[in-house]
Design a binder for this molecule. Sequence first.
Ligand code: HEM
Length: 377
Amino acid sequence: SSVVPFHGEHQAGIVTPAQDRLHFAAFNMVSGSSRDDLIQLLRDWSEAAERLTQGRPLGTGLEPGDALLPPDDTGEAEGLQAGNLTLTFGLGRSLFTGSGEGGSEDPYGIRSQLPAAFEPLPSFAFDLLEPAQSGGDLCVQACADDPQVAVHAIRNLARIAVGRTHLAWSQLGFGRTASTSRRQDTPRNLFGFKDGTMNVMSDETEALAEHVWVGDEAPAWLRGGSYIVTRKILMTIEAWDRASLAEQERTFGRTKLAGAPLTGGGEFDHPDFAAERDGAPVIDMAAHVRLAHPDQNGGTRILRRGYNYVDGSNELGQLGAGLFFISFQRDPAAFVRLQRSLKHDLLGEYIRHISSGLWAVPGGVRRGEFVGQRLFD
Ligand code: HEM
């Protein structure tokens, strides 16, 4: 079982080859907590993250010297090893502006460090957002090969945080829907299509610098970091499963089995958006890959790193299933631009966005430092 280092130039869990499992969690600060509480929380979380990602138990482990105290580590990851666990931390806009009306406070004395690009996401056509499952002062993305390792990490981070921050909502995911490395086969989403073919890959150094890592435009604490967007997207899969193969392929503009553009070639060949057959475009004008393509969006690219989810089923026998979409980008405006382009997406008939989140992901953590440390310099 492998270890992904917690320390580095960038936080892990962004270009790290996507693991199979996700536990994503959003936290809200306990009102009245201070700047020192926030600093201590980030310090404690960073220390714990280093141990957790190495597959080592927290504190004195499962059996403290004193049997009258609860164990420092909850124990369920004992014997499971590190499982490529990554913990990626993000800070919400409300941490800088307060969550009160108008967001005009400065509870932690960091408002002057708010980057200009860190604007709230606007609302989009067809949003059906559930506020109790959206946003948050902080987020932690836990990815691992073993679901119990990811859940153990979130559970213990929540436990350590007691009195300072509390879990607002969380989401489990499986079957990564994106590859971030050509060494990985392209996985499939719950519509049965290959997802992640044209993603920004971890070896595209120049594209990462241009589209994913924040540069000199931002305050020092965010350089080498990114912005994470999450969108829980419900799929009406029963309707999808009754759609013909031709309709499914028209929706994406790609073939189902090979994931190749409808204009021919293999999975990684470039779609020919100008191609016509009988006077009509071969790739529909509203096909997902046309509308999301960089050529239609002034060169905009994002790094997608989402997961499938199934939250059981409802009383009508329909699966509560979909895509927990995650993307990393240098500027939230990149996501906004793409999502606005998708307004007329054929896919729109089969999906609903039910939760949304945006956090700034500080640059990598150096040994002996804690995540976001330079915010408090
Ligand atoms: C491409 C599925 C939502 C952005 C694709 C592809 C599939 C897909 C199958 C083609 C293969 C690939 O290149 O990865 C889905 C599904 C969604 C969804 C099932 C919702 C349930 C979104 C959203 C965005 C987005 C919300 C961003 C706002 C993109 C981009 C591409 C893409 C940028 C690559 C386009 C290209 O360069 O060819 N998606 N997607 N997708 N999608 Fe989505």
